[in-house]
Structures are given as C-alpha cells and as structure tokens.
Design a protein around this ligand. Structure first.
Ligand code: IPE
Ligand code: IPE
Ligand code: MG
Length: 245
C-alpha cells in the first residue's frame, strides 16, 4: 500500500517520462499475440495519468513508438497505428473534460495520415488547457530530433538571422520537440531493460532514472507511486558537492 509519503505532493517530480516497455513479453507469457500486449498496455495510460495527477506531476511524457520501431513486422506496426487512433477516439474526450493538454513529440507528419489527423485534432482541442500535459512520443528518436534542431539553426544562420557563435544550449533546445517543457525529472523504464533507446537523451542530462522489472501492462498506480517515492529519496546535485546543497 502506498504511504502518505508516497502520495504527498511535496518534492514530487514536475515532469515524469516513461518508456512503456514489455508489452510483447507480457503477451508471450500468456500465450497471446504481441498486439494483445499492446492493447492491454494502452489501457494502463489512463490509470498512470490519474496517478500522476494525484501526486502533483504536471507533465507526463510517454514513449509510444520510436523512430526505430518501424523495423518491426509490418502487421505489428499497422496494429500499433490502429491502436493509436482508437485510443485517441476512446480517451481523447476524457482529456478534454479534464482540461489536460495533449501534445505529441516526434515526426508526427511521417505517421499514416489518419494517425497524424487524430493527433493534430486532439492537440488542437486541448491547446489552451493547463491542468497538466500529456505528451506522447510518436515516431520519436532523440538523434533525429537533435539533427532537426541543428538544421533549424543552420538555416537561420545561413539567412543571417543568428550569429553561429551565439548558439548555446538555450537556443539549441528551443528547436527540440520538447521546447517549452521542463526536462524530465524522472525517467521510468518498465520490463527490466536498462537503457534509453533513443528517448530524450539530451533532456535526460540530469534526470533520475528508475528501472523496474514490471512489464508495462502490469504497471499501475501503485507501481507509479513506488517510482515517485524512490525519486523523492534521491539527492540531485547538478555537479555540486553534497555539502553545498
Ligand atoms: C513496448 O513494448 C511497446 C512498443 C515498443 C511499441 P514492446 O513491444 O517493446 O515489448 P517487448 O519489449 O517486446 O516485450
Ligand atoms: C523503446 O522500446 C520504445 C518504446 C517503448 C516505444 P523498444 O522495445 O523499442 O526498445 P529496445 O529495442 O528494446 O531498445
Ligand atoms: Mg521492447
């Protein structure tokens, strides 16, 4: 059972990002096809979003499809794209009712047209909301994101709009998909893998990392609270000594 410490809003992470991994293995253990695991996994998002709100998290970013996931079998990719559209249809209204802002990071324009449309429509409907932000990483990869940010700056420099010697992190990061969002305080990865898999690698410079063996379809409110309380026990030093804090 989560304690009061786990649930208290004090010192809660402002931005939590999650690598929702293990759907395939979860399904395999049950003798089901991988897509069954993805469908079950999608159902957890609602519960985790509500848990995040309870503990005072303002931004929740979920890794749903990486720029490398296109290399999966075509029927799995197609099923994931279908699941994206049906999930937006199913849960989009709830986000609107709860005044949660929905946003996507990644190359959304390279998704199938019906996916792009569903994403853009929900972004549009929730644009003005401020009761928390749900960001979905779709066709997202940090390296592609960084290359795009560099391209933007190079184009501006070529037009004479900026001085290349003035480029610093603030200017560079304003070209990232996460511009306007704080860096993640806590990154959670489920399923026992301990890597970032091209997810927010630049934004993760000072993120606390939390790994759990639990597969994503089994990750619920209690597991989320556990991760948050572990985060609260960590000491973030940003290069300083412990005495300076
Ligand atoms: C994560 O679960 C969901 C996506 C990457 C879309 P996986 O599909 O990677 O599940 P495993 O890692 O094969 O168990
Ligand atoms: C990362 O999981 C991407 C998502 C969770 C959407 P993967 O399952 O694709 O990562 P790797 O291939 O095991 O590193
Ligand atoms: Mg995986």
């Amino acid at each position: 059972m989560p304690t009061e410490f786990d649930k208290a809003k004090e010192n809660a992470p402002v931005h939590v990002a999650i690598i929702m991994d293990g759907n395939g293995r979860w399904a395999k253990e049950r003798g089901k096809p991988r897509i069954y695991g993805h469908n079950e996994g999608a159902k957890r998002i609602r519960e985790v979003l509500s848990a995040a709100k309870k503990v005072g998290v303002k931004f929740l970013t979920l890794y749903a499809f990486s720029s490398e996931n296109w290399s999966r079998p075509p029927d799995e990719v197609a099923a994931l794209m279908k699941l994206l559209v049906s999930s937006i249809e199913k849960y989009g209204r709830e986000l609107v009712e709860n005044r949660v802002k929905f946003t996507a990071i990644g190359e959304v324009s390279a998704l199938p047209p019906e996916c792009e449309k569903a994403v853009r429509d929900l972004e549009e409907k929730t644009r003005e909301f401020s009761e928390g932000t749900l960001a979905l990483a779709l066709n997202y990869g940090s390296r592609a994101e960084a290359a795009k940010a560099a391209r933007l700056l190079a184009q501006k420099a070529a037009r004479g709009e900026i001085d290349p010697s003035a480029i610093d992190w603030d200017m560079f990061s304003s070209g990232l998909d996460t511009a306007g969002m704080p860096d993640p305080d806590l990154i959670i990865r489920t399923s026992g893998e301990q890597r970032l898999s091209n997810f927010l690698t630049l934004q993760a410079a000072y993120s606390e990392l939390y790994f759990t063996d639990v597969y994503w379809p089994d990750f619920g409110e209690e597991e989320f609270f556990k991760a948050v309380s572990e985060f609260k026990r960590r000491e973030r030093r940003y290069g300083k000594t412990a005495d300076q804090l």
